[in-house]
Ligand binder design. Structure first.
Ligand code: MG
Ligand code: ZN
Length: 224
């Protein structure tokens, strides 16, 4: 695919001096990313969630809804595959596939390397699909303006309460696959209450990413 670029995490190591805390190093690099993106007026959004929550489907719908208004790029973190990156690339936006190898999350350094592959002057909006994992991405800010956490009703009724850190650090929560809620016997209202208990001011959107229900509300929640 012409517009698909790749970054491999193993090739992009940062020297960590003895005694340096890896989370502190990441935080510094994230701030650098944020400064660089701001300087170029690029709004970046980190999308976190487990494998199968619907991150790629949501980004596809967001790209379709917003590509007339913004010049969009997408970074797609995955261990080894480029399946999602290719899916998103079909919409004619620039996609950089970040293959993390064994790492189960993106970090600010990987994002910095991916940023080097795009022309920031030609991008207004950057979606970063994190690796499918709801645990450690929360600890690794990437330098984005906003973080979105996606859970789906098919993951059961306890996805929110079991992952408080992912919600604490997010700005917008998405409860996806609302069409399957009754089949799964999961109450989306209860999931919303769980989110509010962790973070009272969280914006929450209930979606069906496959048919686009809720995507307009998500655009509003992201202030896009
Ligand atoms: Mg995906
Ligand atoms: Zn991880």
């Amino acid at each position: 695919m012409a517009n698909l670029k790749k970054v491999k995490a193993e090739e992009e190591t940062v020297e960590i001096e003895p005694g340096m805390n890896i989370l502190k190093v990441n935080e510094k690099l994230a701030l650098k990313n944020r400064e660089l993106l701001r300087k170029h007026n690029v709004k970046a959004i980190d999308v976190m969630g487990s494998i199968g929550a619907g991150k790629t489907s949501l980004i596809e719908k967001l790209v379709q809804a917003l590509k007339k208004k913004y010049r969009i790029a997408v970074f797609k973190g995955d261990l080894t595959t480029t399946i999602d990156a290719e899916r998103i690339g079909r919409y004619g936006v620039e996609v950089v596939a970040i293959n993390t190898g064994r790492e189960c999350h993106l970090d600010a350094n990987m994002v910095a390397k991916a940023v080097e592959r795009i022309n920031l002057e030609e991008v207004d909006l950057l979606f970063i699909e994190n690796v499918g994992n709801l645990i450690c991405p929360a600890e690794f800010p990437l330098g984005t303006e906003k973080r979105v956490v996606v859970v789906s009703v098919t993951e059961g009724p306890y996805m929110v309460v079991k992952h408080p850190y992912s919600f604490m650090d997010a700005d917008v929560a998405v409860i996806n696959k609302k069409d399957l809620a009754s089949v799964m016997k999961v109450d989306t209202n209860k999931l919303c209450i769980d989110v509010k208990e962790i973070k009272p001011d969280m914006k929450i959107v209930v979606t069906n990413a496959l048919n686009g229900e809720g995507v307009e509300e998500l655009v509003d929640a992201l202030e896009l």
